[in-house]
Design a protein around this ligand. Structure first.
Ligand SMILES: *Cc1c(COP(=O)(O)O)cnc(C)c1O
Length: 474
């Protein structure tokens, strides 16, 4: 057949609609969407025919067209924001949504999202309440701060804090701490947007308390700012002013000291290899205001927590930006539930997924790997699997120099390339995100749950069946 004949022979939408294979979609998918998928598949087939010169007759295979239509329908029925399985070993993976919430935080969100709530209502008084109250008392209790509030994220917290405390005034920052966090958060730029004026002191590698002191100008200076270098470290010939020194200097010159901490770690995790300052230690120095993220090591929803002296926080609550940066009820529900976990620190380590993952022992990770390897081998002989010790990162702009030791399954196959396995896992109905190293697919044990291990085992089995069949047919 020549091209013209093939083009004329392309099936009509109405004919395809009668195909039994589409019946399963008829209930949940509207007819319009099915027709759209058929049109798109036929149209791309037509384009292909027009562009190809050789081997054109196999292009018009009707079963292939049906496969494409079904694939399009599956895609159209999927939400864009979907669950994934993070088998990368990076606990706080910003692209995969950072912190996974605790069970009780998820339940709280469901509960509050699906009902009316006490968001701004005081049931005792039968009158209007404040949305800040739900988390403020808890944060005070757990951290020892005088006051606290929650905004949209740590970037928002920085903006509000600078604007409220130092609008039109100079804020003194070390040259070694002019941080950029992924996604266009840069201290100098946020500073400019907030209306505060950046006053850099010291050098990239060394800044002393004296450098801050020399830059203080009674008329011009609004605050001293310390920024935690949460996604890099300067090593070698270095010096920085400690939080204690800055707090002492702040007192001496009567200026507030602000600390942008980034991660919001509540429990010291040094013995697990995670080196980050804790919120409680920072507040103990007597600092005026600290800022940290909700969805990094705190293990809660996206949010920016501002904690510290009441007079500053009260002013921030009344600032016009507070309304712009305020969080919604679902965030507050998750935030309250997350902080509640910290009322019992032992329990928090078990219940908050970020902490649970970071504190898994080598033995536990190895045993999980071994069980998983055996389960896969039982189902298919398609893969070579080795349990390998790996180095892992906390991720998400936290503990940049901390390396955790864990275990991963390193998988390859004589039948298909590692890239193909990786892609097939990524295309699975629940996308499974892995990494490739030296031509092997790595499935890291740290960031997956028992339930997810079973899903991965099933996915690997399905992939092996698909590729074994293709090989037979070829
Ligand atoms: C991560 C981080 C931020 C930004 O926090 P978001 O919650 O992502 O907006 C700001 N400052 C520091 C030091 C950080 O580590």
């Amino acid at each position: 057949m020549n091209k013209q004949e093939l083009l004329r022979k392309l099936p009509k939408v109405d004919e395809v609609l009668k195909d039994q294979r589409l019946f399963v979609f008829m209930g949940e998918t509207s007819r319009d969407v099915i027709v759209e998928a058929i049109r798109e598949a036929i149209s791309s087939l037509r384009t292909k025919l027009l562009n190809e010169e050789e081997n054109i007759s196999h292009i018009t295979n009707y079963d292939d067209l049906m496969d494409n239509i079904i694939a399009l329908l599956v895609e159209k029925n999927q939400k864009s924001l979907r669950r994934t399985i993070n088998a990368t070993g990076v606990t706080l993976h910003t692209n995969l949504g950072r912190a996974k919430l605790s069970k009780s935080a998820c339940e709280s969100v469901m509960d509050i999202a699906s009902s009316f709530s006490t968001l701004e209502y005081d049931v005792k008084k039968g009158a209007r309440g404040s949305r800040h109250d739900h988390v403020e008392k808890l944060i005070i209790k757990i951290t020892g701060a005088e006051a606290a509030m929650v905004v949209n994220n740590n970037a928002a917290a920085t903006m509000l804090c600078l604007s409220s405390m130092a609008f039109g005034k100079e804020v003194i920052v070390s040259r070694g701490e002019l941080v950029e966090i992924g996604g266009s958060f840069r201290i100098p730029e946020i500073m400019e947007q907030s209306g505060a004026i950046l006053r850099e002191v010291g050098t990239t590698n060394k800044t002393k308390a004296q450098d801050y002191k020399r830059a203080v100008n009674i008329e011009a200076t609004g605050a001293l700012l310390k920024v935690h270098t949460s996604n890099y470290r300067i090593v070698g010939f270095t010096e920085e002013a400690s939080l204690e020194e800055l707090v002492a200097l702040g007192r001496e010159v009567s200026l507030p000291v602000i600390y942008d901490m980034g991660s919001g770690l509540m429990i010291n995790l040094e013995k697990y290899g995670v080196e980050e300052p804790t919120v409680i230690d920072a507040l103990k120095t007597g600092i005026d205001v600290i800022l940290f993220s909700g969805d990094k090591l705190l293990g809660g929803p996206q949010g920016g927590i501002i904690a510290g002296k009441k007079k500053y926080i009260d002013a921030m609550k009344k600032h016009p930006l507070a309304r712009i940066l305020r969080v919604d009820k679902m965030t507050l529900a998750a935030m309250e539930a997350t902080f509640r976990e910290y009322l019992d620190m032992e329990k928090a380590i078990k219940e908050i997924p970020v902490l649970e993952m970071l504190t898994r022992t080598s033995e536990e990770l190895y045993n999980n790997g071994l069980a998983m390897k055996e389960a896969i081998t039982e189902k298919t002989a398609f893969y070579n699997i080795a349990i390998t010790e790996v180095e892992e990162r906390v991720g998400g702009g936290s503990a940049p120099t901390s390396v955790l030791r864990g275990y991963a399954l390193a998988i390859d196959s004589i039948s298909i390339a590692a890239e193909k396995i990786e892609r097939a896992l990524r295309s699975y109905k629940i996308p499974i995100i892995t990494r490739i190293y030296k031509n092997k697919v790595y499935i890291d044990m740290r960031t997956i749950t028992q339930e997810e291990r079973l899903i991965i085992i099933e996915a690997l089995k399905e992939i092996s069946e698909k590729y074994s069949m293709e090989k037979k047919n070829a």
